[in-house]
Design a protein around this ligand. Structure first.
Ligand code: KGT
Length: 265
């Protein structure tokens, strides 16, 4: 299974964001990827006043990625988009998984919302405009068990434990718009920890660079193996990295260090 993580800088022009995502998916397909992962809020990252109306999963954004997945014949995890929520004040922050035929194989709504206040650095109250998802999701990608998550979820190891144990995940995906301020110290550490402790591959696709209102995303999209080794990393700027997942290596690691099997709690 060949996996690509795509890194981009979404702004307040949805058509341009979708075009940039498509260009990266084309490159992933040309590189022989079976599955490509896009960042959180691939559809729009900008001020609330210019945001297009949120949509259902079969709206413009969902249909766009379904068509690209079908045309390229690859699996696409459309990081996340603004899904029409439970009431007019709240959207869901939702990831869509399309198979090679463009059919929607799964969707996941971000469970942990980014309510963080670091004076002078980060001020964000995601729960003011987003409703939390309630359900962990694992999707079967041609025999590979893929556990879904989004961005701030990364700080909650109990989610990934569930994905790996109850859900049998072998690959954990993390579409993100991680902040530069937290990302430079926490992003890689957390991704490699989730990989090591759950003995899973981790594919993390991040937004990179500045966007309105006055925020900067960290990027450093990467694919990590179940030993914690970084197999591929995207340099700063839009781009992608493509990696072959060696499932034999996952089985060897789980057999030699059976920490999942040795759990007591
Ligand atoms: O940048 C924006 O405007 C958009 N950001 C996002 O959409 C999301 C939800 S607000 N960002 C995060 O969850 C960052 C997590 C993070 O950075 C951490 O856990 O430290």
């Amino acid at each position: 299974m060949r996996v690509a993580v795509c890194q981009l800088n979404a702004r307040d022009d949805r058509a341009a964001n979708l075009a940039a995502a498509e260009a990266l998916l084309v490159r992933a397909a040309e590189a022989g990827a079976d599955l490509a992962v896009l960042p959180e809020y691939v559809d729009y990252l900008g001020t609330a006043d210019r945001m297009p109306a949120p949509e259902t999963v079969d709206g413009t954004v969902g249909r766009f990625f379904a068509e690209v997945a079908r045309r390229l014949g690859i699996w696409v995890i459309a990081g996340s988009f603004h899904e029409q929520g439970p009431d007019p004040e709240h959207t869901w922050n939702t990831s869509l998984v399309f198979d090679r035929s463009g059919a929607l194989a799964a969707s996941y709504r971000k469970i942990h919302l980014y309510d963080v206040e670091i004076p002078g650095r980060v001020s964000y109250l995601e729960s003011a405009t987003v409703a939390p998802g309630e359900r962990p999701v694992v999707v079967d990608v041609e025999g590979l068990r893929v556990g879904l998550s989004i961005c701030y979820d990364l700080r909650f190891p109990e989610l990934y434990r569930q994905l790996a144990t109850d859900g049998g995940a072998q690959l954990l995906v993390v579409p993100a718009a991680f902040m530069l301020h937290t990302g430079r110290d926490h992003w890689e550490v957390l991704l490699r920890a989730r990989a090591i402790e759950n003995q899973c591959f981790v594919a993390a696709a991040g937004q990179i660079g500045d966007h309105e209102p006055a925020r900067t995303c960290f990027g450093r999209s990467m694919i990590v193996d179940p030993w914690g080794t970084i197999l591929g990393q995207v340099p700063d700027g839009p781009g992608l990295t493509v990696v072959d997942l060696d499932l034999d290596r996952l089985r060897t690691i789980r057999a030699e260090v059976p920490s999942l099997a040795n759990r007591r709690l």
